[in-house]
Design a binder for this molecule. Structure first.
Ligand SMILES: NC(=O)c1ccc[n+]([C@@H]2O[C@H](COP(=O)([O-])OP(=O)(O)OC[C@H]3O[C@@H](n4cnc5c(N)ncnc54)[C@H](O)[C@@H]3O)[C@@H](O)[C@H]2O)c1
Length: 332
């Protein structure tokens, strides 16, 4: 039987806790330690066998620690990647890798220099509806994808999601969710040739960083994409949506839900999750299966030397275009 990888989670906030919860459904991951500077969060750690640490040096010396998942704020990623790499500990780095493309390249170089396996936690690739979308596209049912429209619109209520707007986070919606958005555009639209336009604005949340960004891109194979990122101070009603229009049919990915596919005029809804009725439970029930799949992929990457689903090079390419969006965007 495949054995479990003993991991430590660095950063036990919103996502660190989701990772821990998702790990409980994994047969390949065992959480043995947590690094969290805010000791008030140590009591949220479930499981008597999980050791909480406040100091980085003690965490990395935890007996039996085989790998680290870095789920701390983006500005701390560089230091944690460097420490883990120097200690020879494989890394699962949560997105975004870093604030800039240059720093993301540096993180990849450090892992490479110390020959430490590193993958980036691009959770959405692992979600059931995205995997179903992949299968449908690969089957050729939609023909050639010609245009894409994507929205990642997040309502920062309920309370649990407020961490997204922490002032010290450096970037706003373009950094935090834009990395997913560009990843999806590259994934389904192919390499980007040119960013035709980009705008950034602050319209909802008091303005310490961007809460709206709009992009319009031309891809090398001729696909044209438009996209919309947004955070606002109430519960969203649309969330993540991606519409892919092909020569034979079109498909709407309804993030954390399912798919609506139109095959030459005949529309079908495909549901990928069971509805629990309660918003918080509903979010967890939909978010966590993808996180568990991602953790299993990480265990396979480290223990079985399998290539991860999302190559590091792909994530670096997304960071390159994220940087360009920041550089070229008109502030409106
Ligand atoms: N893949 C996903 O689905 C997903 C979802 C949400 C967040 N994220 C990513 O996870 C990371 C954390 O986001 P979050 O929403 O959990 O933020 P958060 O603010 O809720 O949690 C971060 C935690 O890290 C702790 N911390 C700060 N500095 C630290 C350090 N040097 N070492 C250890 N812990 C430290 C903080 O005290 C806090 O508890 C970000 O990179 C974010 O983009 C990924």
């Amino acid at each position: 039987m495949d054995r479990r990888l003993n991991v430590g989670i660095a950063g036990y906030g919103f996502h660190g806790q989701s990772l821990h919860q998702a790990a409980l459904s994994s047969k390949r991951i065992n959480v043995v330690a947590v690094l969290e500077l805010d000791t008030s969060k140590h009591k949220a750690i479930s499981g008597a066998s999980v050791v909480p640490y406040e100091k980085q040096e003690d965490f990395f010396r935890h007996s039996g620690l085989e790998a680290v998942i870095i789920a701390s704020p983006v500005a701390t990623h560089r230091e944690l990647v460097t420490t883990a790499a120097k200690a020879g500990i494989p890394i699962e780095l949560e997105k975004p890798m870093a604030v800039t493309y240059t720093e993301s390249l540096q993180a990849a170089e450090v892992a490479d220099k110390y020959a430490v396996p590193m993958m980036v936690g691009m959770t959405t690739h692992y979600r059931p509806e995205m995997q179903e979308a992949d299968r449908i596209i690969a089957s050729g049912e939609l023909g050639d994808i010609r245009t894409i429209h994507e929205e990642i619109v997040i309502g920062l209520e309920p309370e649990a999601l407020m961490g997204y707007v922490a002032e010290e986070n450096q970037g706003g919606v373009l950094l935090e969710n834009g990395i997913h958005l560009i990843d999806h555009l590259l994934w389904y639209g192919g390499p980007i040739k040119k960013l035709l336009s980009a705008t950034i604005s602050s319209r909802f949340l008091g303005g310490f960083h961007e809460d709206v960004a709009m992009l319009h891109a031309l891809h090398e194979g001729g696909v044209e994409s438009t996209s919309h990122l947004q955070w606002m101070p109430y519960r969203e009603s649309n969330g993540f949506k991606m519409k892919l229009y092909g020569t034979k049919g079109c498909m709407e990915i309804r993030g954390l839900d399912g798919l609506r596919i139109n095959r030459g005029g005949s529309v079908q809804d495909i549901s990928c999750y069971q509805d629990t009725g309660n918003y918080i439970e509903h979010f967890a029930a939909r978010h966590l299966p993808g996180v568990t799949n991602q953790l299993n992929d990480f265990a396979g990457f480290v223990l079985d030397k399998k290539a991860p689903l999302v190559p590091l090079q792909h994530v670096l390419e997304a960071h390159k275009w994220l940087d360009r969006a920041y550089m070229r965007a008109r502030r409106v």
